[in-house]
Design a protein. Structure first.
Lengths: 237, 237
DNA sequence: TCAAAAGTGTTTAATGTACACCCATGA
DNA sequence: TCATGGGTGTACATTAAACACTTTTGA
């Protein structure tokens, strides 16, 4: 804090890791870059602060709304991490504040007000390098996916993948796809309905083909899960 | 990413939550501000990027070294969160990237190369508002303490509070003080020595008054604890 | 030999896992 | 009445909590 030297001024970008479960796979929202650098490459959606006075959290909500057409207050949006390596953008010094967003399976791939070519891409394609991303977005995505996986254990995050009304099987589906492992339907049902304030029965039931109708639930008030839903692999052991 | 408008440039500050266990209390390193705004107030140590090309993580390590006189590579240092509200600094737009550092009980309060009046203050005094901090540093400290508490459960973070050689009782002391609860010495001993690659016996023993000598350990290679050391309160239930 | 702290063994309760079984519907 | 998934009961294994007890030192 010695005064009297020029404080470096940098550009602040907000980048989004938007995840959903779609076609039985964990998918991430990506845009195709139209300009250099990395023109034509896939990248995480994002952008710079809209003004000198825009709050960073607000900017993330704004970007999310632009890309998905959804109001941010209904969706899960949390700060992930800040990436501040000096050369992450070849043009100029840019620091990226990354956010993790979880959305339900949306009706159409993207209805962005910004008219960018956003689309869903399976996370596995990116993590196995069949598709590669611009900047350090591969690393950011990888951090975001790991955060989401671990959040399923201790928080009610899984409900953010689901529509307003969902069944226990829908919820189990989210866990299985995000974690990449199968879970016992009977024990999962008991665990998840036993967690305080996690699920609230709506009274409704599904009217599906081929099976007993399932009770419908909406998300409860709990943010943290007591007790947690632990994965066998990855958690430990 | 529409081009052709002026991208806002902001100043990037790095703020540190440096925690230690000292005199049987969790304490935080604070500086007394010499200049406005908040002159005379206590604040987290920190500063702006040293140059246009300095990495943010590097800046955090540099600040820590300046404040504690210790090499950052031996200490625990992790990014906490970024605080980007537009009015957090009344002078100009500043975004703070906060870091959490854990250090052992240092020989002298501070041996900063920057000759600032850094000193240790019990965390409880700040959280109970007997001492208040400048800017939004109260909130940042609170986030940092909660991060540290939860990291004790799942990571080997507790060893960062200890000197290179320590006993199981030293380690238990860290858990008890940071969590603010008492733990059964017998069960704690068994748990902690049972975790794979957490503790490595050095072969040495303490030669203390009034009790059986304790075996000395150094930290092992494990970063995550299998299984975790869970707190009773706060974890759940 | 006593106090004090380190470390081990054992009992008991809580929790997680596997899986048999019943329920409610559409075809 | 059969196939299909929803949902419950229960036995067993694993883990955590409580605490009696033994070990090893300094005074």
């Amino acid at each position: 804090m010695s005064s009297d030297w020029e404080i470096p001024a940098v550009a602040v970008a907000v980048d989004l890791v938007v995840l959903t479960v779609r076609s039985a796979r964990l998918q991430v929202l990506l845009v195709e870059r139209g300009i250099e650098p990395y023109a034509g490459k896939l990248a995480l959606p994002g952008g710079f602060l809209a003004s000198e006075r825009e709050d960073v959290d607000t900017a993330a909500g704004r970007e999310l709304a632009e890309e998905t057409g959804l109001r941010p207050e209904n969706l899960h949006l949390e700060q992930l991490r800040t990436y501040g390596a000096p050369n992450r953008d070849p043009r100029r010094r840019v620091i990226a504040v990354a956010y993790l967003a979880i959305v339900p399976d949306l009706p159409e791939p993207t209805a962005g007000g910004d008219a960018r070519s956003a689309r869903w891409v399976p996370v596995s394609q990116v993590l196995t390098r069949r598709a590669t991303l611009a900047f350090d977005h591969q690393r950011i995505l990888s951090d975001g996916v790991e955060r989401a996986r671990s959040r399923l254990e201790y928080s009610a995050l899984a409900t953010a993948f689901c529509p307003p009304q969902f069944t226990v099987a829908d919820l189990r589906n989210v866990y299985e796809i995000v974690w990449g492992e199968t879970l016992d339907p009977r024990n999962f049902h008991r665990k998840v309905t036993g967690v305080a304030d996690f699920l609230v029965p709506t009274g409704g039931h599904t009217t599906k083909h081929g099976g007993r109708p399932a009770a419908l639930y909406r998300r409860g008030t709990a943010d943290v899960l007591h007790p947690p839903i632990l994965r066998s692999t990855g958690g430990w052991r």
